[in-house]
Design a protein around this ligand. Structure first.
Ligand SMILES: NC(=O)c1ccc[n+]([C@@H]2O[C@H](COP(=O)([O-])OP(=O)(O)OC[C@H]3O[C@@H](n4cnc5c(N)ncnc54)[C@H](O)[C@@H]3O)[C@@H](O)[C@H]2O)c1
Length: 367
């Protein structure tokens, strides 16, 4: 290392789970100077080696067990496993001294999310969660407006979104692998955009309803016999500070939209629509389409369009780049697990409430 500036040090990366989203991580790491993928692990025999060859990761080592990968001298790992397998590789990686970029949703249960945060704290290693929409510069505009006080007392927030037809397959629709369906898969993005704008207030209670009329219908889904997660959900969440959050999501429905995201405040309201068209759009895993401020000007009910910042930022690449920069600069997690644990607490509450068919409290330990 002597004579080498910190900026030029090669950041050594491992990938755990070599499925669909791991390819996007690799594509992003490849754009970063002085970052190298040195190992890939996947429990499916032979898959890591195939992945290395298919993605031109010459010299990278393949493993079938993430613990063997973690014995290597690595700076960071991308955890790209199905939701139920987020927890173990993440805590093992943190304990092995690695910095972690974990795919969304953070986990399946609140207990797992809390434990991951504790381990990150104990070890002093970073746990960052992969919400790439945060890198849309328009998300900062939304947050700045909400945080500015322009809206007065924010008392109601509505978020979520609806795909008319956009149900994933495979690991996403089986509870034993995904833990939950649409509410966790795309709902976690909607929650992140709303909660991040509000400054991540603590959730207190949830009353939720979920259903899966589309997923379990063979006319709509080829894996209907194995589909056992929700394809639709709605929840009323009470947040600290006297805020009511109405959170709704669909992977499939007979409707064009579940409405815009909105913040209602005593002095103003903010309406936000996502960009994108087509059956898989209408949700917060992409870019912002429009932002409108509703307010009174000298007694006139006024709607002010907030100019959208046009950009060609590859949001996914930005999240991976920021993770590498944070490692290099010794910064804390760009999207900290400490924050996202509140997001997970809501999803955990949704699952419990819809099962029990009543409102449930969210009890969060001090983190
Ligand atoms: N940020 C995004 O835009 C985005 C998009 C899609 C998926 N995701 C998230 O990425 C995660 C993975 O999704 P995917 O589409 O790549 O799934 P996938 O099923 O295609 O791939 C997961 C891989 O992990 C492997 N695996 C399972 N358990 C493992 C373990 N313990 N150790 C090592 N490997 C293991 C599987 O064999 C499989 O190859 C999910 O949590 C999903 O929500 C994020």
């Amino acid at each position: 290392m002597s004579g080498m500036t910190n900026a030029a040090r090669t950041i050594r990366i491992g990938i755990i789970g070599s499925g669909g989203i791991a390819r996007a991580h690799v594509a992003a790491y490849k754009t970063i100077e002085h970052a190298e993928i040195v190992a890939v692990a996947d429990v499916f025999p032979g898959k890591a080696q195939e992945f290395i060859e298919a993605n031109g990761l010459t010299g990278a080592q393949a493993f079938e067990n993430h613990r063997a990968l973690l014995e290597l001298d690595l700076d960071g790992v991308s955890v790209c496993t199905p939701n139920v397998a987020h927890f173990q590789p993440t805590v093992d990686a943190l304990r092995a001294g690695k910095q972690v970029l974990l795919e969304k949703p953070m986990s399946v249960t609140l207990e797992e999310a809390v434990e991951m945060v504790h381990v990150s704290r104990q070890t002093g290693n970073m746990l960052s969660i992969g919400f790439q929409p945060r890198y849309d510069p328009n998300m900062d505009i939304i947050r700045n407006i909400v945080q500015s006080g322009q809206l007065g007392n924010v008392y109601y927030v509505e978020t979520g979104g609806g795909r008319r037809r956009g149900m994933p397959r495979g690991t996403f629709v089986r509870k034993e692998l995904a833990g939950a369906g649409a509410m966790a898969d795309i709902g976690c993005y909607s929650l992140d955009m709303a909660l991040n704008a509000l400054g991540y207030p603590k959730p207190l209670s949830v009353s939720a309803y979920t259903s899966n009329f589309f997923g379990t219908n063979p006319q709509h889904h080829p894996e209907s016999d194995r589909f056992d997660v929700e394809d639709f959900g709605v929840a009323l969440v009470r947040l600290e500070g006297g805020i009511a959050l109405n959170f709704k999501i669909s992977w499939a429905m007979h409707m064009d939209t579940l409405g815009a995201t909105m913040f209602l405040g005593s002095e103003g309201g903010l309406k936000i629509t996502p960009a994108g068209k087509g059956p898989w759009s209408g949700v917060w895993d992409g870019k912002v389409g429009s932002i409108t401020l509703f307010h009174d000007v000298l007694g006139h009910q006024t709607e002010s369009p907030i100019p959208i910042r046009e950009h060609n930022v590859n949001l996914f690449h930005e999240k991976v780049k920021d993770f590498v920069s944070a490692i290099r600069e010794g910064r804390s997690a760009p999207i900290p697990g400490e924050q996202i644990v509140y997001n997970q607490a809501i999803i955990d509450g949704v699952l419990r409430s819809s099962e029990l068919k009543r409102e449930v409290e969210i009890s969060l330990p001090n983190l």
